[in-house]
Design a protein around this ligand. Structure first.
Ligand SMILES: Cc1cc2nc3c(=O)[nH]c(=O)nc-3n(C[C@H](O)[C@H](O)[C@H](O)COP(=O)(O)O)c2cc1C
Length: 357
């Protein structure tokens, strides 16, 4: 039996990754009318040159209401496809794969640019009326959302499906639904926000309905060979009886696996500011491990993974299948090249850079 490590290839449906190192989705707030440009090409392209196996895009809004800011990238119209085609082509030429993360921010939409503090904007201040499962603000400095009607919910499901088709057309290798971090899907599956009385609220089955229906719809629509991944918040990090817990995530992951979802990224939180004492190296890895062990679905570990040996241990110990890295990739686009050297693996050095490594 050969042991796995960070540089072991992995096959997920028709997508073959050359290693287990993944660029985590990171919003750049640099799009114009939802379109990506030179910044995105250089930013994502550099990480492909740096040797990442898979690059997941920042959250791409499925409609304008679902954006977090005016500067979000999106897939809500056909004009937004071409920019991604060029970026995907370049990334593929470097031997890496790409996944489109599609998202709706629900009540966490309508904020200012990070340079203006990511403040929640009312319609009077240049924002727009947000909507959510219920008229409940996830944080108290936010404007109150309106409750989505069944008609609104059906429209959002449709927007996710259309965005997924645009991602296929843009040449992505996989699709990831963003169902964590206190955004729309999470606003439905967590009791903390969802106070609905209809078929989308109340019981566990009702609260996960929107996510299940959307995932099933996308699975049926995209090519059989294309992986569907989902990022969830494995826990709410709220000490209340009715908060979302790891046990809930395990049941959810089992159902998602049954309907053809290929991989779960186990992130966490979204409705509370996390105390610094709870964030330490690999702090969310136990969530990925539990979900993987209990359900057998592939998982991605994310959160405070910064070192080659640390990332390698996560894979070699079988706790997760992918090491998903965000901020360390901002500090070092060549993390995989450096990690290969540290771990004594053959580094995937582009020939143009061979004289330097
Ligand atoms: C600048 C920045 C933007 C982010 N944008 C997204 C996003 O669009 N979608 C998402 O799922 N997570 C997003 N995240 C969260 C990261 O993907 C990751 O889960 C988190 O930063 C923890 O990983 P790290 O410790 O490696 O940074 C973002 C993080 C950063 C630092």
């Amino acid at each position: 039996m050969t042991s796995l490590n960070l540089f072991s290839p992995i096959q997920i449906r028709g997508m073959a990754l050359k290693n287990r190192i993944v660029v985590s989705p990171m919003q750049q707030f640099s799009a114009v009318n939802g379109k990506v440009g030179h910044w995105h090409m250089v930013h994502l392209g550099s990480r492909a040159v740096g040797g990442a196996g898979l690059i997941i895009t920042e959250s791409l809004a499925v409609n304008k209401e679902g954006r977090s800011t005016h500067y979000d990238a999106g897939l809500w119209n056909d004009g937004q496809i071409a920019g991604w085609r060029t970026i995907n082509k370049f990334i593929h030429e470097q031997g890496a794969k790409t996944a489109a993360q599609i998202a709706h921010f629900g009540s966490k939409a309508s904020r200012s640019h990070p340079n203006d503090g990511l403040q929640y904007l009312t319609p009077e201040n240049g924002g727009w009326q947000t909507k959510s499962s219920s008229a409940v603000a996830p944080f108290n400095n936010m404007s109150l959302p309106r409750e989505l009607s069944i008609r609104d919910i059906n429209k959002i499901k449709k927007d996710f499906l259309t965005a997924a088709l645009r991602a296929v057309s843009a040449g992505f290798d996989a699709i990831e639904l963003h169902a964590g971090h206190g955004y729309l899907f999470h606003q439905f599956y967590s009791n903390i926000i969802n106070h609905r009385k209809d078929q989308y609220g109340g019981s566990f089955e009702n609260r996960i309905r929107l996510l299940i229906e959307t995932a099933r719809g996308i699975r049926d629509l995209i090519p059989q060979t294309m992986p569907l991944m989902i990022r969830i918040s494995a826990v709410d990090y709220i000490e209340e009886e009715n908060a979302w817990k790891i046990e809930d995530s395990i049941v959810l992951a089992g159902i998602l696996k049954q309907i053809g979802v290929d991989l779960i990224t186990a992130s966490a939180g979204g409705f509370v500011f996390l105390d610094k004492s709870r964030v330490f190296p690999s702090y969310q890895v136990p969530f990925a491990e539990k979900i993987k062990t209990e359900t057998g679905i592939l998982t991605g570990a994310v959160g405070a993974i910064t070192e080659a040996q640390q990332a390698n241990d996560i894979i070699a110990s079988g706790k997760a299948d992918l090491a998903i890295i965000a901020r360390e990739f901002l500090r070092d686009p060549y993390f995989p090249l450096h990690a290969a050297k540290t771990l004594g693996e053959a580094a995937p050095i582009p020939f143009q850079y061979k004289r330097a490594f």
